[in-house]
Ligand binder design. Sequence first.
Ligand code: GLN
Length: 479
Amino acid sequence: MATIPTTASGIAAAIASKQITAREVIDSYLAQITARETDIHAFNLVTADAARAHADAIDADIAAGRPIGPLAGVPIAIKDNLCTHGVETTCSSKILEGWKPPYDATVVSRLRDAGAIMVGKTNLDEFAMGSSTENSAFGPTRNPLDTSRVPGGSSGGSAAAVAAGFAPVSLGSDTGGSIRQPAAMCGVVGVKPTYGLVSRYGLCAYASSLDQVGPFATTVADAALITEAIAGHDAMDSTSIPQPAPALVASVSQGVAGMRIGRVTDLPAGAEPEVIARLNEAFAALEAAGATIVDITLPSLSYALTAYYLIAPAEASSNLARYDGVRYGLRVNAVDTNSMYGATRAAGFGDEVKRRIMLGTYALSAGYYDAYYGKALKVRRLIAEDFERAYAQVDVILTPTSPVVAFPFGDKVDDPMAMYLCDIYTIPTNLAGHPAMSVPFGTGAHGMPVGIQVLAPALGEAPMFRVGGALENAAGGAK
Ligand code: GLN
C-alpha cells in the first residue's frame, strides 16, 4: 500500500489517480483516532461506519469510471454546532443531547457533494462560548502537543483533530476568534472568511452578526482548498454574499513582492514576550520576501473586547431563547409550561451560557439598551472606520493571533475576564466582518506553538492567502 499523504490535496490526488483507495485512507485515519482519541477527546461522536461506507461508495465510483468530486475521499471533522442530517448535533450542550437535525448545514452538504468524508463531530465550548473548550458539557478536549494544556476554543475539538492527525482538515466556527485562536494554540492553520462568504445555514447560531464558518488544515494551501469548497452564495442564508466562491489556492504560492503589510503601533498590550518576538520575525521574513512594512494605528481596537462582550451576549440571549424544552433535545417536566421552560433551561445550560444570556438580556433591557448595546454598536462602527483608514495604506495587517500560548487546564476557568482576553486580537475582525487567518510561526513559552494572524479587508481572501503562504514558507515550508 502506498503511504497516505498528510494533506487534503495530496489525498484527493492520490485517490483520483488510483494510487490509493478511499477506504485505505479512511481506515488509516480511523486507526489514528482509535490510538489517541481516549487521550485527546477531540470528538463528541466518531462516525466510523458511515465514513467507511462513504469511502467504499467513492471507490466503487472510481472503479466504475463514474465522475468523482474534487475532494473525493478526503476525511474531514465537523464542529458539533453544524447540523448533520440524522446525526446527533449537540453544540456540546446537555440541552441538545440526542437531537438529530432533519437537514444538513450548507457547508456540510457542499463538502459531501465534493466527495469529502465526515469522520465525526468535534467537541467545543458549549454553544461556542469560550476560549479553551473547558466549557463543553461533555468534558474538555486536550491539546495533542501537550495533553496537560487546553487546545484553545471554542473550536478546540476541530483544531485538536487536525493537530492529532485524526483528519487532514476540519471545520470550525468563528464568532470572536474560535477558529484562529485554537489553530494558533494547536499549531495548525485556521481561517475565518469574510462575513457572508460562507453560508451560515445550519450553523447553530451564537451571535448571528459575527458567526462565520471556516476551515482548519495543516497547510495554507489546504485551508484555501476547503475555503473554496464551502464558499459562494447560498439562497438559504439571507446574509450570504451573492457571488460565486473565489479561486484561492493559486494565491498561496504567489509571494508577497510589492505587498504593503500593516504593523499596528498601538496594538493592545498583554502578549507574551515570545509571541511578540515571533511577530517581529514574521515582519522581517515578509520584508525579506519583498513586502513593505507600513506602520498604522487602530485607535479604537482597545474597546473591541468590551463591545464584543455586549454585542455577542445580546445576540446570544435572543438566539438561545429557542431552547425551551419544546422543540429540541432536553425537557425537564414541571407543573406548568413556564416552570418547564425554567427547569429545562436551568438543567440544560452550563454556567458560561447562563452568564452570557444574563449579560445579554441585561444589555438589551429597557433603560440600559442605549447605554450598553447601543454604545457597543457605535464602537463597532468606529472599529470598522479604523480598518477602512488602515486599508487605504496597506493590503493586509499582521498581529499575533493569541496573546498567550496554550495554557494548563484550570488556569483561567475561575476568571472569565482572563479567558475573554485570549481573544483580544481576534475579535476586532469579527466586529468588522473581515477575513483573517492564523498561520503557525515557531514556538513560544513551554515550546508551545505561536500563531501569526493575517487580517485583510472584506473579500480580501486572495491577498490574505498570499501572505499566509509566505509566512508558512518562512516558518519552515509547506508540509
Ligand atoms: N472566545 C470567544 C467567546 O467566548 C469567541 C468564541 C467564538 O468565536 N465562538 O465568545
